[in-house]
Write a protein that binds this ligand. Structure first.
Ligand SMILES: [Zn+2]
Length: 257
């Protein structure tokens, strides 16, 4: 009688251990599945691609693939194709080596940027500097011609160092100007412009008119571009002021690479 009871007890005990183990395994796998799902979705929540409403029905938004990026010597993502839609992050249009623009993206010069640049130039004039925005909106086709000419002249590697590939130029946004001082054309597009009185004035005051120096000195690893004291991007006064006061960049402000 005693041994039979003991046997039954042991049987019950073994049974409950097995049930508990199976239960734990089930809970464990559910936790792993949920965790993996969250892991894949999270990094992309802030990247919003503009999608015309009429296209939404036939073409559901593609999931952004998480593939390891391989950058070439000039900072471009190897094998990357141009997107079909431009990328907006926190409502700001981004154009960089990591976020190129579609071939078809041709907004032209943006009136709010033009107006702000005219105001900036007028303010500079008051201080005795005659500035000019000698290069603004560039279409995809124009950038293609420009880049191909550079490649033909200097080779691809050299051209990549000073010129953007078609689809990668921020000038295609219509929100960008290269600025120089009239009468000092010899230092246009050089570091010396940044050291000139006019260059220092625009560096310190552009944000009041909504512009940021897009590729500042010492931020080459963040922006992917060498220092360009002449290249100014319109982002609006509030954001420009935040970026300028923090001695920051658009990438840092948007918390992107
Ligand atoms: Zn430029």
């Amino acid at each position: 009688m005693r041994s039979r009871r003991a046997k039954e007890k042991r049987k019950k005990w073994t049974y409950s251990v097995i049930v508990t183990l199976i239960g734990l395994l089930l809970i464990g796998s559910i936790v792993v599945v949920i965790w993996q799902k969250n892991k894949v979705v999270e990094p992309n929540t802030e990247i919003v691609h503009e999608q015309p409403t009429e296209k939404l029905e036939q073409a559901p938004p593609k999931e952004v693939k998480e593939e390891p990026e391989v950058l070439d010597d000039n900072g471009y993502v190897e094998g990357q194709e141009l997107p079909t839609e431009p990328t907006y992050i926190k409502d700001i249009l981004i154009a960089s080596k990591r976020y190129p623009l579609p071939k078809t993206f041709a907004p032209g010069e943006q009136p709010e940027a033009r107006k702000a640049m005219d105001e900036l130039i007028a303010a500079a004039k008051q201080r005795g500097f005659t500035l000019t925005a000698f290069s603004g909106y560039r279409s995809y086709d124009y950038q293609t011609t420009l880049y191909n000419n550079y490649v033909a002249r200097d080779g691809k590697d050299a051209a990549d160092r000073y010129s953007a590939r078609p689809g990668y130029s921020e000038h295609q946004t219509g929100l960008v100007y290269d600025v120089g001082e009239v009468g000092k054309e010899d230092i246009w597009l050089t570091e010396q412009f940044g050291e000139s009185e006019a260059g220092i004035w625009i560096r310190d005051n552009a944000h009041k008119y909504g512009f940021i120096m897009r590729y500042p000195k010492g931020k080459e690893d963040i922006t992917g571009y060498m220092y360009e004291s002449w290249h100014f991007r319109y982002v609006g006064e509030d954001i420009a002021t935040k970026i300028a006061k923090a001695n920051s960049t658009l990438e840092e402000y948007l918390e992107i690479k």
